[in-house]
Design a protein around this ligand. Sequence first.
Ligand code: NDP
Ligand code: 2IT
Length: 450
Amino acid sequence: MAEAQIEAEVTRFVAGLERRNQGETEFHQAVREVARSVMPLVLDDPRYREARILERMTEPDRIVIFRVSWEDDEHNVRVNRAWRVQFNNSVGPYKGGLRFHPSVNMSILKFLGFEQCFKNALTGLPMGGAKGGANFNPKGKSDREVMRFCQSLMVELHRHIGEDTDVPAGDIGVGAREISFLFGQYKRMVNRFTGILTGKGLAFGGSLVRREATGYGCVYFTEDMLNHRDDSLDGKTCAVSGAGNVAIYTAEKALAMGAKVVTLSDSDGVIYDPDGIDGDKLAFVHDLKEVRRGRLSEYAERYRCQYVAGGRPWHFPCDVAFPCATQNELDEDDARALIDGGCLAVAEGANMPCTSEAARLLRRSGVLFGPGKAANAGGVAVSGLEQSQNALRISWSRDEVDRRLRQIMSDIHSKCVEHGAGPHGVDYVDGANRAGFVKVAEAMLAYGIV
Ligand code: NDP
Ligand code: 2IT
């Protein structure tokens, strides 16, 4: 099919989407990328066209928006807004994280919910796509304030979730502490101990390796991409952004594979440690961010390395880049710097961390580019395994879960190769988008017009 015809159809489709969803720029960005990959399939197959499959797939099943009122430690009444975007449950119950961050809005949650549909389909597990969260800022809040916020949020959210309906989990600003408060409140309200959230503590239905899964999975996927080019992570220098759940376990697994990690970052700045961030230093970061909830600048003081306030990792030399913080954190200039520095691979631990321009440049330059919906699918995959264990009322060993995670990531890699192979090698964006699309589209077609 002619490139020009495909691009014209994408432009027409995206113009309609933008009209219907005004101002939702992140959502437009995510849909445009998928539309570019799947339009050849849609134009080729009258079943997809007649069923208006792309139009239906880009319209969420429903969105719940609600007020969360709570009281801070000084007895002030506080009000936040929360959402749950239940995007598509064609291949299984809704599944996806909750994000607490002041930037959370409808556009961000719709882009995340949309991406989640394809990611979850890629895992091969029966999970539909959803995302939720609140414009609540956990920074500087006491544990009791976070607890009251979570409890108030669950008073409304509990009506909309369930083990066969919708199963939320963590994301930015929602980790073990928040999931525990949310789960405790749900259990108290409905008097049922059931797997309505994943990422739970090991004492109450959580799965081994869930905490590590996104980061480990991202490194497994990267190793598969490199192996496909007869290369490996062993001996490579890696730049990682973020210092949260995904970043820490990406760094940990990269070390285990023989790589050297030289950067981490948070929303205030970046550290560059050319000697390498070893296991002890990572343990320090884990305690600093997860327990003491401090700033990464402390790392630079303690280990006497470079800290750039407001900086990002992408201008330091590296072989492999792992953006693991947030959306649109790596732009075209950063991509150019990576390419000029000889970077071989970029794997998105975060969701859509590369801007469209950056992603296009990296793909065109022959850098291996693992898109988030494939590279970071390990987190939700082990969430799916947590659901299975809860349903069976059993717990698998650490080795068992890790073995399944490894297999799922390598199956995702194979699907990307199958659907994304082209004259210039594998395009992992096209591969992931097409493989996820076909699964969801076939299920939707089977249901008729719904
Ligand atoms: P965390 O809250 O644990 O960590 C987020 C990290 O990114 C922190 O270091 C934070 O800095 C930094 N960060 C967050 N927002 C910004 C921002 N606007 N600008 C700069 N830095 C920022 O979140 P996760 O590690 O769980 O999530 C990171 C990414 O991975 C997100 O894109 C998420 O959607 C994605 N993801 C997460 C999965 C999971 O299982 N948790 C699964 C798949 C994808 P600071 O400490 O200053 O806040
Ligand atoms: O973006 C993601 O895949 C997540 N935040 C994890 C979702 C989940 O349900 O485990």
